[in-house]
Design a protein around this ligand. Sequence first.
Ligand SMILES: [Mn+2]
Length: 400
Amino acid sequence: MNRSTRYKVNPNVSVIRTSAQDIILTNMEKGREYHIPLDMFTLLSSFNLPVNVEQAISIYRNSNQQALEEAELLESIEELEKNDLIVLANVDVQMANSVAQSTNRFFNFNGMRMEEVINVGAHIPDAVAIIGMPFDHNVTNLPGSRLGPEYLRRHSRSIVPYGFPQVEVKGQHTEGIHLASKVFDCGDISGHVFDRNGRQQRQLEEIVRKLTLAKIKPVIVGGDHSITYSSLQGILSHKKIGLIHIDAHYDGGGTEQVSFKDIHHGNFMDGFLNERNLEHILQIGQRQRVDQEHVQAEKIDVVPSDELDISRYLREGLPYYITLDVDVLDPSFMSSTGTPVPLGMHPKELMAILTSIREHDIIGGDVVEFLPSEHKVHEALLVNELLLTLISLMTKVDLS
Ligand SMILES: [Mn+2]
């Protein structure tokens, strides 16, 4: 190892979990998991910007009081390099077009890398790929939804989809097994603290494009609502669809168009007004509007607030994507969200609305704006029930 050569953290490496003893990292490209102690992690972080070994050592010493000895440090840096946790700074590392394996899996579904899901899922009708998007750079109020996917996964394991685990009735597997064989958890798309509308959003768009081209239905767990923009772009590039937008807010900023870099969780709908492949927008649950928001566009329909069967509002033959902002629920049921609005829906109303369209072709969806709170596990359980309902709509497996 040449001490004047500059290295940087491998962009394919991200933190997936921390425990009392160590930090768990994953290399998305290699599908490898690493458990490293905290001081090793501090050393790794010293390579956040491209630095040479000398510089990294001095950054590390400034940020760590119980610093390792010089020889140990050099040995550890070599170890980092050997494991591809750091790479040469002048080498342009291609981001793996994949997501990380997560130890916790939604509802104990199969965990699989995206590439494998594309190979396997393309042969399964109505297969679903769940992807976590721990991203909340685009909020206007409370951040925290970046912690949503991990928290929801953890608290989904107590929810047992109907018929699961295996039940056999006269030698025939029940629908529950059917469901588990159609759904794969691909883990989370990793993020970077300096990455606003950049790599992580582009990666989501690319992943959704690949999945939908392979006829696999993406379910994205956010994250703030701006991620819907990227997810939909991945579909709109090759398919005409409709959008079911369930939300307390209209999420329109009042401009005809918005550029990708200016997208945030309160204006992303503007980006769709002139989007030809988005033929229809159905808005449900909106009850707070800022002045400049134009909710009247030819392709937008707003469902009256007392309507629980929305099937007749959908256009026949048009597949729909559902974006579900959890703030559509009344804050008495869902306070774990960044911009709550009173006088919202009862969870049973929302459930009725979702199940009213089970005959329709739903080609993907997302659940966004859930900010976990340790004291409100019941709200995570509620979000997970909604998520499971979305999945059942897509897989055409009835869980009731
Ligand atoms: Mn929203």
